[in-house]
Design a protein around this ligand. Structure first.
Ligand code: C5P
Length: 221
């Protein structure tokens, strides 16, 4: 990792996992800890970048020298991302965004009724924020980076996802069997739309974060 190679750059990182509310006390959520996004924000700041961290439901304290914007739902994350990326050289979507949200939000707590079955929960799709940011870049040359967690056919699925999302880089990691989620370590392949592939051996999340910034810095020129 190279000194202050992100000095003068603005980077946006999303972290954590969105929560999609059913009623004031319940939500659909996921197990993302936010640790990889935190590591991305901290390492970018250490390399001189101005960092905006979009944090979805993360319990961790704010990393030093980073602007933290706290959000909860996918729709809130999308709004915060749209604002933050206007002048960003690179955006890294490390957050686990819920693909679906409940179609309806009950303003009062949903109650059980004696003798009655519960009402089914109807879901609707959330926007794909990564795909939107890739398709509607704030300016030519803005770099967009996604993450993908795959359980099988990791590389083939990663390549297909990179194309589908339209991003420049996709950090593909293997999950399942206690890998990645909530842990302090990660292993990944960083795939590039230009064909490049960088394997990052199993190790601390800040080592993977620095490897991602190496790829970003090389492409920012
Ligand atoms: O499609 P999948 O969820 O595997 O893609 C993961 C990548 O896409 C991550 O970078 C995640 O932040 C992003 N994503 C998104 N909006 C969604 C779903 C995923 O930005 N609705």
């Amino acid at each position: 990792a190279g000194g202050q190679d992100l000095a003068g750059r603005h980077v946006v990182v999303s972290a954590g996992g969105t929560r999609e509310p059913l009623d004031p006390v319940r939500f659909l959520g996921n197990r993302s800890s936010g640790k990889q996004g935190w590591a991305l924000a901290a390492t970018a700041a250490a390399r001189g970048a101005r960092v905006t961290l979009l944090a979805a439901n993360v319990e961790l304290p704010d990393p030093a020298g980073v602007d933290v914007v706290r959000v909860s739902t996918a729709l809130e994350l999308r709004e915060a991302a749209r604002k933050a990326v206007a002048d960003a050289d690179a955006v890294v979507m490390a957050a686990a965004v819920a693909d679906f949200r409940p179609a309806e939000y009950a303003t009062g707590k949903i109650k059980k009724v004696d003798g009655a079955e519960p009402a089914p929960v109807v879901l609707v799709r959330n926007p794909d924020i990564l795909a939107e940011l890739s398709a509607e870049r704030a300016f030519a040359g803005q770099l967009v980076v996604g993450f993908a967690a795959e359980t099988d056919d990791v590389l083939a699925n990663g390549r297909a996802k990179l194309a589908r999302k339209g991003c420049d880089l996709l950090v593909v990691n293997e999950v399942g069997d206690g890998k990645a989620f909530g842990r302090d370590t990660n292993a990944a392949t960083i795939m590039a739309a230009d064909g490049g592939e960088t394997v990052v051996a199993h190790g601390p999340k800040d080592v993977l974060a620095d490897a991602v910034w190496d790829e970003v810095a090389a492409r920012l020129g």
